[in-house]
Design a protein around this ligand. Structure first.
Ligand SMILES: [Zn+2]
Length: 439
């Protein structure tokens, strides 16, 4: 049976109106009639010789696609919902007028190095310029990065100004209210599968099969199209916050302060005090601003990897197990492993890509204690000069359990190293003050 013979879905009522053709193309095969992917050479020296990433299945592009998955990362599903609901025409083409970057990041050798960047499109911000002809011809090609500027305001920065720990300079910190100018870069995931497989030390076939099986068989071309090497996965991306002139980020002659921060919505936004995430994020932003004010550069990169990429449901289950089982630091990781099977799914192996894209060659002040982040960065050839732990006074008391367990497991500290016996005595707050708790 060829794909043309696949019958109409039984789910669809025989006479219901549809915006799609009668036959559903479940997958494609290399060498199949009309299948002719647009040439794409990952690691090419410029966007034009690399070629556009074409992932759309609309019309004739179905046979010319050179990538699997869909644009938008985890939001690709909302895009499909908007089409299903009739709010968005399936053949909609965006009008990109005036959407171009507010700053043109200079080309870096890493953009043309298929070992240095494997999880984002290094030309993803410049699609409109580079592939204007194809866009004008109606091709559905989309940016996977966007660069803008903004003003932001943080209570902790206002407090730092009040305490005299930071100063208003009129340019980076605009005024006493703590208003700060920032350049932001949003990045959606674009995976070059051979490169991703290599980072994880598995063969490409195993990676493809596993992605296929454990997404409910959602992307059959992972199996049927070994010639397609690009996959846009349905996961969250990352955002770069740059303090000070963005051209300084890649300048080796000035100092760089940098924090890599993985999402923790409960703490970052709602300021739950069970962990050190928001305090460390605020400290990272403060130090990034300070470095920029000193003539250097400050960068904070925010990765959508909620709860160590285990998600909030797992995270709250673990919180419950911790609080009900006696919340001590010696049992901290075991509680997560009992429920998630692992203690962490963030896999820092892909994280350094963005640093190489920015042209970072050394990090003078790394605002992180994570050994996993540190090792991942230095393994790709970026030097880390100094590691800065979160100051003791910024650690909420209930989060001692987390931070001490992490230090014991290898996190960087300039303070005390704990034994397992010490950790058994580091206890978090219980639920005693909650009426519904039964002991
Ligand atoms: Zn947290």
């Amino acid at each position: 049976m060829t794909t043309e013979d696949i019958p109409t879905s039984p789910i669809q009522a025989p006479n219901s109106p549809t915006r799609y053709s009668k036959h559903i193309v479940l997958t494609t095969y290399p060498g199949q009639s009309g299948v002719d992917p647009v040439p794409l050479t990952w690691g090419a020296p410029d966007a034009k010789s690399r070629g556009p990433i074409v992932v759309s299945r609309s019309g004739p592009l179905l046979k010319r696609r050179n990538a699997m998955g869909a644009h938008g990362g985890s939001y690709s599903i909302y895009n499909a919902l908007a089409i299903a609901a009739g709010d968005l025409p399936p053949d909609f083409r965006p009008d990109f007028r005036n959407s171009e970057p507010t700053f043109n990041f200079p080309w870096q050798p890493a953009w043309a190095d298929k070992t240095k960047i494997v999880s984002m499109d290094p030309y993803g911000h410049d699609i409109v310029n580079q592939f204007r002809e194809e866009l004008d011809a109606g091709w559905d090609i989309r940016p996977t990065m966007a660069i803008t500027r903004a003003n932001m305001k943080l209570a902790e920065i206002e407090e730092a100004l009040r305490k005299g720990e930071l100063e208003v300079d009129g340019n980076i910190v605009v005024d006493e209210s703590g208003e700060v100018r920032v350049t932001k870069v949003a990045v959606e995931p674009v995976w070059y599968l051979p490169g991703v497989a290599e980072r994880f030390g598995v063969d490409e076939g195993t990676l493809r099969r596993t992605l296929f099986e454990h997404t409910g068989g959602s992307y059959p071309e992972l199996i049927t199209r070994p010639d397609l090497k690009i996959f846009l996965p349905p996961i969250g991306g990352q955002t770069v916050y740059i303090f000070g002139p963005p051209e300084r980020v890649s300048d080796e002659n000035v100092k760089l302060a940098l924090r890599i921060h993985d999402e923790c919505n409960g703490s970052d936004v709602f300021q739950s005090d069970i962990c050190t995430c928001r305090p460390y994020l605020a400290f990272g932003i403060r130090e990034a601003i300070r470095e920029a004010q000193n003539g250097g550069s400050g960068v904070v990169i925010y990765f959508r990897k909620e709860g160590r990429a285990l998600g909030e449901v797992i995270k709250y289950l673990v919180y419950n197990a911790r609080k009900r089982g006696g919340d001590t630091a010696d049992k901290y990781f075991t509680r997560t492993e009992n429920i998630a099977g692992v203690r962490d799914m963030r896999f820092q192996a892909l994280m350094p890509d963005i640093l190489h894209w920015l042209g970072i060659k050394k990090i003078d002040r790394m605002l992180s204690m994570s050994n996993m982040k540190h090792d991942a960065i230095v393994q790709t050839g970026i030097e880390i000069v100094e590691r800065i732990p979160i100051p003791e006074e910024m650690i909420p008391s209930d989060s001692r359990v987390e931070i001490d367990a992490k230090i014991n497991a290898g996190y960087f500290t300039t303070g005390k190293q704990h034994t397992m016996e010490d950790l058994a005595n580091v206890r978090g707050r219980g639920w005693e003050k909650w009426e519904d708790v039964t002991h």
